[in-house]
Ligand binder design. Structure first.
Ligand code: PXP
Length: 253
């Protein structure tokens, strides 16, 4: 089974909001996240990821309902663990929910969810999502205690945060090997525990092949790099290029 690609289209909504946040119904409000989801599907994406943040800085509720309606790919809703988001998820009924930490100040999701410290708060949310047929992923740092807590919480999947690996460039390049080791150990533990192991954050056309050292990966969630590349080649081609690049992931990983 080859490595699957989830395309995060939040960045398309970010661009639209930069100009049209105060005119959501304007016919000029572009680019359109629904069109981005459809272009990703044509390019070979396996799922579409959207994150509705508490501050609605990019995706709006209307966007995610329209994507669900228009696009036949599995939808992965990233959300913070709040009552508001739980009720949105239950209404939207995406295929997957990925629970992420969220603070207003961050530019993008910065650290992993602390499944150990937030164990009791996460339990009822995971149970409510699963009892309505939604598979649950936890976006965690590559740390064995976090992987084990995710299993104890009954999560179906983990998404290993690859941000530190991706940021280990320039003056921090010496950290890359140890980050890859942490990702590898966490992926192995997740696999042993029968969790689906995904990864995401900061993965790009340059660092992708180094990540192939990490075994047992099932799906990568990639946004920024694919959308950035689409500026020169178009989104459908950009997604296709990433799908092609991901084909080199070792088959028996
Ligand atoms: N996975 C999660 C949980 C995220 O929060 C993000 C960022 O929105 C991504 C993957 C994608 O990261 P990037 O846009 O850096 O590819």
């Amino acid at each position: 089974m080859s490595l699957l690609l989830g395309v995060n289209v939040d960045h398309v909504a970010t661009l639209r909001q930069a100009r049209y946040a105060l005119m959501p119904d304007s016919p000029n409000a572009e680019p359109c996240p629904v069109e981005a989801a459809l272009a990703s599907q044509r390019g070979g994406a396996d799922s579409i990821t959207v994150h509705v943040r508490a501050d609605r800085r990019h995706m709006q509720e209307a966007d995610v309902f329209k994507i669900k309606e228009a696009c036949s790919l599995p939808l992965n809703l990233e959300m913070g663990n709040t009552d508001e988001m739980l009720s949105l998820a239950l209404k939207l009924s995406p295929t997957f929910v990925c629970l992420v930490p969220e603070t207003r100040e961050e530019v993008t999701t910065e650290g992993g969810l602390d499944a150990v410290a937030n164990f009791e708060a996460l339990k009822p949310t995971i149970a409510a999502l699963q009892s309505s047929g939604i598979k649950v992923s936890l976006f965690i740092d590559p740390d064995i205690a976090q992987v084990e807590a995710s299993k104890e919480l009954g999560a179906d999947m983990i998404e290993l945060h690859t941000g530190c690996f991706a940021n280990a460039v320039g003056d921090s390049a010496h950290l890359k090997a140890s980050e890859l080791k942490r990702l590898e150990k966490s992926a192995r533990r997740g696999f042993e525990l029968n969790l689906q192991v995904n990864a995401g954050h900061g993965i790009n056309f340059e660092n992708l092949t180094e990540l192939f050292q990490v075994p047992h990966l099932k799906e990568l969630n990639i946004g920024h790099s694919i959308i950035a590349k689409s500026m020169s080649v178009g989104l459908e081609s950009s997604v296709r290029m990433m799908v092609e690049a991901m084909r080199d992931y070792p088959e028996n990983s």
